[in-house]
Ligand binder design. Sequence first.
Ligand SMILES: *[C@@H]1O[C@H](CO)[C@@H](O)[C@H](O)[C@H]1NC(C)=O
Length: 244
Amino acid sequence: MLLFLASLLALSSGILSLDKLNMCMNAKHQKVEPGPEGALYHQCAPWSDNACCTANTSEEAHNDYSYLYNFNWNHCGAMSSKCKKHFIQDTCFYECSPHLGPWIQPVDQSWRKERILNVPLCKEDCEQWWEDCKDDVTCKIDWHKGWDWSSGTNKCPADSKCRKWTDVFATPKSMCEQVWSYSYLYTTYTKDSGRCMQLWFTGSNPNKKVAEYYLNAAQRGQSFPVFMLLFLSVILFFCNNVLA
Ligand SMILES: *[C@@H]1O[C@H](CO)[C@@H](O)[C@H](O)[C@H]1NC(C)=O
């Protein structure tokens, strides 16, 4: 009986993880299910084989004040193009990636039902992002909230000042983690480790294997109590029979 229950549990958690390996989050622009997209635009093109974004979203991701979020990258003067290309890549990753399952969390926001939390970023992607932005200027640490939206796009709030990037974000870690309120986790894993997610890649999507690794790691954690239960019941059974 216990054995049956345990295998049922293991099986169902296995099936649940399979879904998590290939899914779209329930947010503002993502598709319901991932699938091929023939014509993804420019920096979003690497996701064409299997994507949560539409062609329209992929093109809009490259625009200032795009219809996606009306977001203003140039809130302290024009953002440099070498910095902006990382925010475009970040948008492609967020909108298009079908392998964010292990890090998707429910969230109580008017504009989305789910968000990502603590996605482990590869060191190179985070550090290059900071490196290319470090001569830029911004007025806020957390770009998710606290803006003045009264004009329809985000402006620096009255109590803030435009400051050097490095005064706002002293390190790559502080930028990657704090700019989107911990959507990302800074790691020291490199792209060849298989333990971190890549914003920039060419060829087949390397992030599926990474998601698989983290799902399996979580499952190993989950199955421990099941095995413990099994182990205990075997001992109990044994004691019962020997003592009786
Ligand atoms: C994407 O779709 C929106 C809403 O339908 C539209 O306003 C916008 O012009 C489209 N953008 C592109 C690049 O096609």
